[in-house]
Design a protein around this ligand. Structure first.
Ligand SMILES: *Cc1c(COP(=O)(O)O)cnc(C)c1O
Length: 404
């Protein structure tokens, strides 16, 4: 029997892999030491575990373990990257280039920096959700110190040309940061081939525990430094103080090892399931995929169903846990800013669903989801006067609505 509801929101968070939990458990109890305690075996054990995990995490993005700064997650990593670079390189310039569909942890940090005297350029991506190298290059000014472009978007999964943008940054002597939270462990990410100087990622998006993440900070060619945002005992080479979250770090390390070793087979499996889901749902009339189809993470699809009201849609699909571009699921009344900035009108943004497949998604679950969504959309359209008018061939844009 299929257990309901079905979890298809793996871009919001992933369940922890049982193998990760197993690796963590001894470090809660027997091996509880403080990794900074240098005087006894309790500390040494914890330190060894952290060293091993640091290597696993670094290997996952082809970095050196000395380049990994552990944080509480990608939100903190993004804050440390942007604020830390701005403070450290302030004399060189104050201009930062980013994109208006980045995660809030980037956008809100940029807004904060604006108040401290930073000049921020927010690029608008194309309708496919990607920025081009040319766009980035044209935005560069003499005072540009940092380019921050996400590797893959969390709402639509589109992948940016990071390697090329990184090359532009390097050519111009500008630092390159990427929020790779959705990409690491899902597609190959290599800080050297991809010309990346700083990279944020998080364990709970890749079957590890919540509350642990990392910032990669390049040590050679160029040697990058960030001003610490949390001061104290000088942990993490002075860039992030605080007793290390040993259990979290051990889990993060295991999650990275598993993701790297299983990526090739798993991404194929997920892409096949995603493609089945997508092609079946696109058989529903007036349904559209949002964002790039060609340059996209293998496990995500974001689809808008025209002439369906967002709130009704979310209630109609309550047996599957998905996320929607509609206001009713969030605190704000605005539809998804990501979809709006791609140029979607409010109506289409409201009627969108994000399907995020994951390691524990089965074909049986996908078959159920296809059926469930199809039924919900059909039912809602049967009740919709707009749908009726559309089917009668009335041009809805030509109608003068009585009340505005
Ligand atoms: C989830 C996510 C974050 C925030 O990560 P946390 O570890 O939850 O703080 C940042 N950026 C992107 C792209 C994300 O998907």
């Amino acid at each position: 029997m299929l257990k309901l509801p079905i979890y298809l929101d793996n871009n919001a968070t992933t369940p922890m892999d049982p193998r990760v939990l197993e690796a963590m458990i001894p470090y809660f109890t027997e091996h509880f030491g403080n990794a900074a305690s240098r005087n006894h075996s309790f500390g040494w054990e914890a330190e060894d575990a952290v060293d091993k995990a640091r290597k696993q995490v670094a290997d996952c993005i082809n970095a050196n373990e000395k380049e990994i700064i552990f944080t509480s997650g990608a939100t903190e990593s993004n804050n440390l990257a942007l604020k830390g670079v701005f403070e450290m390189y302030r004399e060189k310039g104050n201009h930062i280039i980013t994109v208006n569909i980045e995660h809030k942890a980037i956008l809100d940090t940029c807004r904060h920096l604006e108040k401290s005297g930073a000049e921020i350029t927010f690029l608008t991506p194309g309708p496919d959700g990607r920025v081009t190298t040319e766009q980035v290059e044209q935005a560069i000014k003499p005072n540009t110190i940092l380019i921050s472009v996400m590797y893959a978007n969390n709402e639509i999964g589109c992948i940016n040309p990071i390697r090329e943008i990184g090359a532009v940054a390097r050519k111009n002597g500008i630092l390159m940061h990427t929020d790779a939270t959705q990409a690491v462990g899902k597609i190959p990410v290599d800080v050297n081939i991809d010309n990346i100087d700083l990279l944020s990622f998080s364990a709970h998006k890749m079957y590890g525990p919540k509350g642990i993440g990392a910032l990669y900070v390049r040590r050679k060619n160029p040697r990058v430094k960030v001003t610490s945002q949390i001061d104290g005992g000088g942990h993490e080479r002075g860039m992030r103080s605080g007793t290390l979250n040993v259990t979290g770090i051990v889990g993060f390390g295991k999650a990275c090892e598993l993701a790297a070793s299983e990526m090739e087979a798993e991404s194929k499996r997920l892409a096949a399931l995603r493609d089945k889901l997508e092609s079946e749902l696109l058989k529903i009339e007036e349904s559209y995929v949002n964002g790039s189809i060609e340059f996209r993470l293998p496990h995500i699809t974001n689809i808008s169903f025209k002439f369906v009201e967002g709130e009704g849609l979310m209630m109609g699909v309550k047996d599957i846990a998905v996320s929607s571009g509609s206001a009713c699921t969030s605190a704000s009344l605005e539809p998804s800013y990501v979809l709006k900035n791609l140029g979607l009108d409010d109506e289409l943004a409201h009627s969108s669903l994000r399907f995020g497949l994951g390691r524990f998604t089965t074909e049986e679950q996908i078959d159920y989801a296809i059926d469930h969504v199809r039924t919900a959309v059909n039912k809602l359209r049967e009740m919709s006067p707009l749908w009726e008018m559309f089917k009668e061939g009335i041009d809805l844009k030509s109608i003068e609505w009585a009340a505005h």
